[in-house]
Design a binder for this molecule. Structure first.
Ligand code: NDP
Length: 266
């Protein structure tokens, strides 16, 4: 049987540990519906734990976005600064996020934060990568000496996660769209993380019997719902545990983000 590894209880525990009083600013320069929904959910969750959340909407031009990030980074009343993606044409996250003060970079978007993470120095990791680690710890999944395979190498999920897993003494492999014979690599994993954005692409052949599978993927369904990168029906009975989508990594990500804001304020 495959254990379901939901994020609800962990998310609630993280939120309960947060001290209020901090202020987060989310810079939004997109009209993407899913992104706006996510920002609204952050604001709602922030309010529930006593964190003020300002939604700042600069004109959708790179210079204007950069100016907003610089102004908020310099504002002593703002503890966390986040830039919501997707960005308008002509604006790139890796260029603009360098304007976020690393001390306020609660979603680990500044390339300096990733560099510090890679160097084993204290830094905020992107909240999603932090959420995967929090889930693995919550469910007491052993990492030391284990094979961990991350499918996806984005700077938001795959790369920071690889560093976090390495710090915990896992033996880490990162796969991507050019990886040859993906199933033969992922089937070596004791811990498999799927962060691709392709519904149901991880099937039984990708999973070692008993492996813990963390599904980061959030793919819209025709019915207006969400589904993961893992074909849950196909891996049922083969995986040892699987995070559901929705209700797995997603709620923990928001909680980790807010915890980062509260840490940035201390
Ligand atoms: P990106 O599109 O930035 O990265 C996707 C990665 O998947 C790339 O590294 C790409 O490889 C790799 N990839 C694409 N196709 C394949 C394939 N056939 N085989 C193996 N690897 C492949 O996505 P993100 O990292 O931003 O997001 C990944 C997923 O996670 C999405 O579904 C997103 O919605 C979700 N997500 C969920 C969050 C949450 O809180 N639950 C937060 C953030 C993201 P290459 O580099 O070679 O192109």
């Amino acid at each position: 049987m495959t254990l379901s590894l939901p994020g609800k209880e962990l998310s609630a525990a993280i939120r309960a540990s947060i001290t209020g009083g901090a202020r987060l600013a989310v810079v939004v320069a997109t009209e993407d519906e899913a992104a706006l929904w996510y920002v609204r959910s952050i604001a709602k969750a922030a309010a529930a734990v006593g964190i003020a959340c300002d939604i700042v909407e600069p004109a959708p031009e790179a210079d204007e976005i950069r100016a907003a990030l610089e102004r908020l980074s310099a504002d002593p009343g703002v503890h966390g600064v986040m830039l919501q993606t997707p960005l308008p044409a002509g604006a790139r996250l890796q260029d603009l996020a360098s304007a976020i003060d690393p001390a306020k970079d609660v979603d680990g978007a500044n390339p300096l934060s990733l560099g510090r993470l890679a160097a084993g120095l204290p830094a905020f990791a992107p909240a999603t990568a932090g959420a995967v680690m929090a889930l693995l710890d919550h469910y007491e999944v052993p990492l030391e000496g284990r094979r961990a395979v991350v499918v996806g190498r984005s700077t938001v999920v795959g790369k920071p996660l690889a560093h976090l897993l390495l710090d915990r003494n896992a033996t880490v492999t990162v796969c991507h769209s050019r990886t040859r014979d993906l199933p033969s690599v992922t089937a070596e994993a004791d811990v498999l993380v799927a962060a691709v954005g392709r519904a149901g692409m991880i099937g039984a052949e990708h999973v070692k019997p008993g492996a813990i599978v963390i599904d980061v993927g959030t793919n819209p369904t025709p019915e207006g719902g969400l589904t993961g990168d893992v074909d849950a029906a196909a891996v049922e009975g083969r995986a040892g545990g699987l995070t559901p989508v929705p209700g797995g990594v997603g709620p923990v990500t928001t909680a980790v983000l807010l915890r980062n804001v509260s840490l940035a304020a201390t």
